[in-house]
Structures are given as C-alpha cells and as structure tokens.
Design a protein around this ligand. Structure first.
Ligand code: HT7
Ligand code: ZN
Length: 848
C-alpha cells in the first residue's frame, strides 16, 4: 500500500450541504440509502473530479439529480469526472447493501450481542456508504432508521419515531467520522442537566438488560464533566439530548460521536463488587474525555488525520486537568508521567517513533498512539507553562471563537497561542515535528557561594529523522537547602540551545537541586545526584512530583546496581522508603506510588538507555530480591499500615478511600514476600469490594501463591464478562516467567476465551506481551505464541491485531538470540498471505 503524505494535502473538490440517510437494518442485508447535496468547493481548483470513498459495499443504484447513473466502483470507491457532473450544486442518491453480521473488524456498521453499532473514526464511514470520508468535509445529517428493535439511536436530536422506525436530526455540521447509529434491545439510565445558558439536556446511558445497576458512576461522571467544561472552559453542551451506549465488542476505549458516544462496556459499567478503584477512575476519565471532545474535536475538528493530536492531545490534556481537579493534582501528575514513560518513551525509543504530527502514514489507525495522545498533551502542558495560565485561557478563548465549525491544523493552534501571548513560537512548533525523547543533561558546579547549572539537550536519531534541531525546553527548577528547607521557589529556565549556563549567586550553602519539577517537559533528565541528595528531596521537596521522582531514582539506581553488580539495597534506601511508608502527613495515594518499585519494562528501558543490554531474567530476579529485602526490612511497618488503612463503612470510589486502599494493597503485596501471604489472604477473605478482592488475590499471585483464591474468584465471577477479563489477565500478568507462555496458551483453550472479543484477547495475549520475563523467555515460546495469535486475529480484526503487535517494538534492546527470535517471528507474520494493511505497516516499520 502507498503512503499518504501531509505535504500532498489538497482541499476537497466538493463540499456537502446536507446528508440524508435511511437504514433498513438486517444482519446480512442492511440497505443504506443516501441523499447527499454536493456543491463545488470555492477554495479548490475548478475542474477536479468528485471522489467518493467506499469499501465492501454492494452498489444497488445511483442517481444524480434524479437521473440514474451507470457507475462502477473500484476497491476503494468511485471517481466521477467534473465533465459528467452538473455545473453547480447537485443531489447524489445511492442505495447500497452491507452485512453488519459478518463485520468482524468492528469498523463501520457491525453487530455485538444482537445489537447494531457503528465505529467510523477514522475511516469506517466508507464501509457504510459512498462518501467523501475525510474530516474536512462537514455537513448536517438527518437519519432514518428502520428496524423492529426497540431502541434506535443516531446523532443529534430526535426528529420523530413510530413502530419500527425513528428519525434523528443533527444540525451541527460534522465530518463523517462522527456519524453513529445504534439499534438494540437496550435499557437506559436517565437523568437531566441544565446548561449554564439555561437549556435542558436529557442524559441517557444505554446498556444491555441486567447491566442497568452499573451505570450510576458513569452518569455522575458525565454530569461533573459537563459542569467542569462550563466552569473551566466556558463550553456548554449544544443539543437537547446526550446519549451514551455501552457495547461489549469494541476496538478501543470509547468514541465521541456527536451526541451519541459509544463506549467499550468496561469504561461504563461499574459496581463496588465488580469494578476496582482503577476501573472507576478510568470510567471517570474516559467519560470526561469523550464529553470534552464535543468542543475539542467535534465543534473544532481536524483538517486531515495528520492533525490528529489537535483534538486528541488537547482533549487528553483537558481530561488530565479535570481528573486533577476531581481527585489530586499531585497524584494524577505522577500517574500521568508513569504512563507517558511506560508507553510513549518506549515508543519514541524504538522503530515506531514518529512525531506528534506524523508526516506520512499507510494506515491511519496505526497512529492512534501514545505519541499523538500523551506526548500531544505534554506539548499543551508546556505551552501553558511557557505563556502562563491567563494567556493560556485567552488563547483557548480565541481558538474557540475563531475556529468554531472549522476543520483546523496545528498551525491554527500555534497561531492562537502566538497571538494571545505575543510570542514567536516557531521553535516550540518543532515539538510537533520532531520525533524522539530529548535527553537533557544537568551538571552542577559550586564555587564562591554560587551554583552554576549547565544544561545540555540532545535527541537521538529516529526513523527518517537522522538530524535533530534544539527544542524549546521549559525546565522548572527549585533549590532545597541541606536541611530540606526551600531556598529558591520554582523558576522556569528556558533551554532553547544545545547548551546553556544558569547561575544562582549568594547562596548561604550548597543547595540540593530539584530539577524538572512537575515534570515540566517530556524529556529524560540526566542529573547525577548522591543517594543522600535524593533522600533529602524525597523527604522534603515542596514539589510532589520531584519528591516522588527522587524516590524513584533511588530505587532505579539500586535496581540497576543489583542487576549489573549483584549489589544489595543499602540502609539509606531502606530507611527512606520506611519514612515514606509511615509518614502520615503524606497522602496515602502518594505513599502507595512511592512504595511501588519501577517495573521490569521500565528497568529494561533505562538499562538500555544507559548502554547495557537488558536481561529480562536478571531484571525479574533482581526486582524480586529487592521486594523480599524491602518486605523483610519493613514487615512491622507494613503490617501496621495495612491495619491503619482499612476503610470501614460502605465502599466509596472517591479519591480519599481509593488512596487508602491503594496504600493498603501495595503494602499487602509487598508484605506477601515476607509473611507467606497471611495478610493478603485475610484481606481477600474479608473483602466486600472488587478492589480489595482482586488486589489481595494478585498480591498472592505475585508472591507465587493464590491458586485457591483464583479458583474461588472464578466460581464467584464466571458469569460476569468484565470480571472474567480480570481473571484471565491476572493469571498471565503474575505468572512465573518460566511458565508464562504455557499458562497463556492454556488460557486460550479455556471455553470462555472468545478471541474475537478485543477485551478478552488483550487480557491473555496482550498481557503476555506486557510480561517482560515471560514474553522474552529465552526459548522464544512467548514470541511464537503471540505471533500465532496476531496472525489469527489479523484475519478478523486488523485494527486490534496491529495495535497489539507493538509488544514487539522493543526487539532491538535485547541480546542477539532474542533479537533473532523476534525478527524471525515478525518476518513470519509479514510473510503471511493476505496480511492486512494495518499489520503490514506495523511489522514493516518494526523490522525497518
Ligand atoms: N477518537 C477516538 C479514537 C478512535 C477510536 C475509538 C474506538 C474505536 C476505534 C477508534 N479509532 C479511533 C477515541 C478517543 O480518542 O476519544
Ligand atoms: Zn480522544
């Protein structure tokens, strides 16, 4: 397949003034009748043909202005010469037939448990009817659905309904990727919201019968999101109704279709018995994220798919702000940075590295990545830090006022900031264009009561970008006295050259430098500090992220030494951890994060960055040894914290109780390495909520135990599909590496392993790929199993398969034997006949 280039963008030859669609639903023979009013685009060169995308459509008939046409589509659509079209506006009418029942790709119109449902982003609408399926063609839609199913939904406001039919009218012009239709035997949880301008909005969450008791949290999160967007961004909802539908078979988390958000059921359904605190938090975040898209994505959309981060980076940033406001800014920031490093830094360091705004793609679905989403959000955070909060607000007001109803570019976005802040941001724009994680080195010099800081930046080559330009990097710095008192509050140093020197004179004593406070830029900071300095920051820094980071650095220094030299954690580290564990002035959620050791993949990444070849077995063994040493050293304190952090009274998913449970379970997981799992077993037996039941079971699994509890868990939850995903995932995630591939293979033979369901597939195969020592077992069994399953899934659902193929993206980090085995498996996948475009692109990029 040929790549598509950003540089080749051309405006559409024709715009759409109105779309009318009629659906006659049937599993194998759905008829779609489209009436589309086209008009020549005054901004395009005259005389160009009309291009309509269309895939897997059986064309029944076509007419233009009522005159039947004889047209022959190719595999990807239809081209109509300008000479064969009327001079001015005209009406295209077409009837096509599609088979939603056999659509296993879950893209376009498909079926899930007897329910019809659509997914059109990025290019699914072309599997529904012929259309200019590109985001810069925006139009109002009217939809009529004919079906005997009781609930018939589409975008916009209801426009009439009767027995066997319903009509919907969406007055807001939208691109086709935001089209949605749902038909099924569903039940709704209903509520209302009054907007800041006094309009009443009906809110509905539609689920399968039996699930209606699990929607309360999602509804509450929705109302809080609506209010927050009014209060913080002055953005009100703009239709009479907002529908959310939960569907079991779904490729990603959720989709922001105008007025009809469709969700993976795991991000809607929750009860205290079936969902963990993390599930509740994920529901809150994703409900907010999709709702926020109503303005950042739907009202203002992307000109083309290269601009994807324009809506996704901004909407992730907005959901991060929201979650910080709802819960804890400090904890949320640490969690976001951990996710960024685990997913985006990993991506940026390997063969799949690409800029936040890519320059070419073969399959756009492969670019819904951590770089576009999470790094994109970091760029917005940096912009806000550089221009200040007031100017950030002014820039956003200008963005909404100037671009409402438009399909925009990153240039439009940067321009509103340059204007609102009165600042040239051309160097900043390189962050959107240049792939790779910059490495920033900080060197200290102390003389004559003056501290001199030399900052250097360097970005290694990435695929297609051998040379890198210096970026504008905001480095937030504070100075802490040797006694822990703040000597200099946070200042933002702007590093815009390869090397820069900053001096701080007249200091009373040599300070401890607290650098990159709040993780002010998405960079890897190299800053040599003694363990004493790190312990000072962990104990005293005023910046919560820097405090956490100091503890993290202490832990990774020690784990590196354990892996490389067989070292042992020293008393200073153990004491620093004990202090953090027992400091009741600290938020329990923060303490839980400090207690968590860096994961095995993070250690492999940092060892590789430091010039070593990571050995997954040695990393696993060292980390396990560290857990035992920590547990033995702190057993008494861990036990006391477990008791102190109990949350008596009815379960609440709020941040306070969730934080206490997080600390309690982190302590229990650690203690299980010293007490034979006694405490964890008690928590499991007494648990009245999924957080503690699952947390205690996985604590036992991680310490090599938990078989009996696993059987009990299965007996209790075998009829709950979302809890069963956890049952599958936990057994692989915590498997002994020596047996992980066999355990995963055995689970694929379990009668409940429905591999066509993306959640279930990920819970076994995706989780094995994320188990470093198990996946990378030296005989290659993990690689072979994952490759077999990727080939199988690719035949049914290329999007999901391509996404999971990223488990191989780190192959070049490892030793020659493992590299050879992984390359052989990737080559086997690539050579498979009838491989999808999605998978072909991913594997091709990984092999280089
Ligand atoms: N904008 C959506 C991204 C998306 C998607 C969602 C579900 C299935 C397939 C998809 N392809 C792209 C989700 C979001 O970022 O909000
Ligand atoms: Zn999004």
């Amino acid at each position: 397949a040929q790549p598509i280039y950003l540089a080749d963008y051309q405006p559409p030859a024709f715009l759409v003034e109105q779309v009318d669609l009629t659906f006659r639903l049937a599993p194998r023979t759905t008829r779609v009748i489209s009436r589309i009013r086209f008009a020549p685009n005054p901004a395009a060169m005259p005389g160009q043909p009309l291009r309509l995308d269309g895939e897997d459509l059986r064309l029944i008939s076509v007419s233009i202005d009522g005159v039947a046409q004889d047209v022959t589509p190719d595999a990807t659509g239809l081209t109509l010469d300008a000479a064969d079209l009327p001079d001015g506006p005209f009406t295209w009418q077409a009837e096509v037939e599609i088979a939603p029942e056999s659509n296993t790709a879950l893209d376009g119109l498909y079926m899930s448990n007897g329910m019809y449902c659509t997914q059109c982003e990025a290019e699914g609408f072309r599997k529904i009817t012929f259309y200019p399926d590109r985001p810069d063609v925006m139009a109002p839609f009217r939809v009529r659905i004919e079906s005997d199913l009781p609930v018939l939904l589409s975008n916009g406001n209801p426009a009439g309904a009767g027995k066997g039919w319903a009509e919907w009218n969406d007055p807001h012009p939208k691109p086709s990727y935001l089209f949605a239709l749902v038909a099924g035997d569903l039940v709704a949880t209903k509520d209302r919201f009054t907007t800041m301008d006094g309009r009443e909005v009906a809110l509905n969450i539609w689920v399968r019968k039996g699930d209606e008791g699990k929607t309360a949290y999602a509804m509450d999160a929705l109302k809080r999101s609506m209010l927050w967007d009014e209060q913080v961004y002055s953005r009100a909802y703009d239709l009479d109704i907002f529908n959310i539908v939960a569907v079991d078979d779904f490729n990603m988390g959720a989709m922001e279709n105008k007025g009809l958000n469709i969700f993976n059921s795991r991000y809607v359904l929750a009860s205290s018995a079936t969902a963990t605190d993390s599930d509740f938090a994920a529901i809150e975040r994703i409900i907010a994220h999709e709702y926020f898209h109503n303005w950042t994505g739907n009202r203002i959309t992307c000109r083309d798919w290269f601009q994807l981060s324009l809506k996704e980076g901004l909407t992730v940033f907005r959901d991060q702000q929201f979650m910080g406001d709802m819960r804890s800014h400090a904890v949320k920031r640490i969690e976001d940075v951990l996710t960024l490093r685990a997913r985006q830094f990993r991506e940026d360091a390997g063969p799949l590295a690409h800029p936040v705004r890519p320059e070419s793609y073969v399959e756009i679905n492969n670019f819904y990545t951590a770089t576009v989403y999470e790094k994109g959000a970091e760029l917005i955070r940096m912009l806000r830090l550089l221009v200040g909060e007031d100017r950030y607000a002014a820039a956003l007001d200008l963005y909404f006022a100037r671009h409402d109803g438009q399909a925009c570019t990153i240039e439009d976005w940067i321009a509103v900031f340059a204007e609102a802040a009165g600042r040239d941001l051309s160097q900043f724009k390189r962050w959107y264009e240049q792939a790779g994680t910059p490495q920033v080195t900080l060197v200290e010099d102390w003389a004559d009561q003056t501290l001199t800081l030399t900052l250097r930046q360097h970005t290694s080559p990435t695929p297609g970008q051998p040379l890198k330009e210096p970026l504008l990097v905001p480095v937030a710095i504070g100075l802490v006295g040797p006694d822990g008192a703040e000597l200099l509050p946070t200042q933002v140093l702007e590093l815009d050259s390869p090397e820069q020197v900053f001096t701080f004179a007249d200091l009373p004593a040599r300070p401890v430098v607290s650098a990159l406070r709040g993780f002010s830029a998405p960079v890897v900071l190299e800053h040599a500090q003694s363990s004493h300095e790190r312990a000072t920051l962990l104990g005293h820094d005023t910046d919560a992220f820097a405090r956490f980071e100091a503890g993290r650095n202490l832990a990774s220094d020690i784990l590196h030494a354990m892996v490389l030299e067989g070292a042992r954690p020293g008393p200073e580290y153990l004491e620093a951890m004990r202090l953090a564990l027992t400091d009741d002035t600290l938020d329990p959620a923060f303490r839980a994060l400090v207690l968590r050791l860096p994961g095995e993949d993070e250690l492999a990444q940092s060892l590789h960055a430091a010039g070593h070849t990571p050995d997954p077995d040695a990393i696993h063994a060292a980390r396990k040894r560290a857990l035992h040493i920590l547990a033995d050293a702190m057993a008494g304190d861990l036990s006391a914290v477990i008791d102190a952090m109990a949350t008596p009274g009815p379960y609440s998913p709020d941040a306070r109780d969730a934080g206490r449970r997080a600390l309690r379970l982190a302590a229990a997981a650690l203690l299980a390495h010293a007490d034979g799992g006694a405490k964890a077993r008690t928590i499991f037996a007494q648990a009245d909520n999924m957080t503690e039941q699952f947390g205690a079971w996985t604590a036992l699994l991680a310490s090599g135990d938990g078989a009996e509890e696993g059987a009990q868990f299965h007996r209790q939850w075998q009829d709950d599909r979302l809890v069963m995903d956890k049952w599958f995932a936990a057994q692989v995630m915590f498997a002994n590496p020596a047996h992980a591939p066999e355990i995963a293979a055995e689970l694929t033979r379990h009668p409940a392993f429905d591999w066509t369901n993306p959640n279930r597939f990920r819970s076994v195969i995706g989780v094995l790929g994320a188990h470093p020592a198990g996946f990378h077992r030296k005989d290659g069994a993990g690689y072979a199993l994952v490759a077999d399953w990727l080939i199988r899934l690719d035949g049914a659902n290329p999007q999901a398969a391509a996404r999971i193929s990223t488990v191989f993206e780190t192959w070049a980090r490892y030793d020659e034997t493992r590299q050879g085995l992984m390359r052989a498996e990737l080559t086997r996948v690539l050579e498979h006949p009838a491989l999808s475009r999605d998978m072909g692109e991913m594997v091709g990029r990984m092999l280089g």
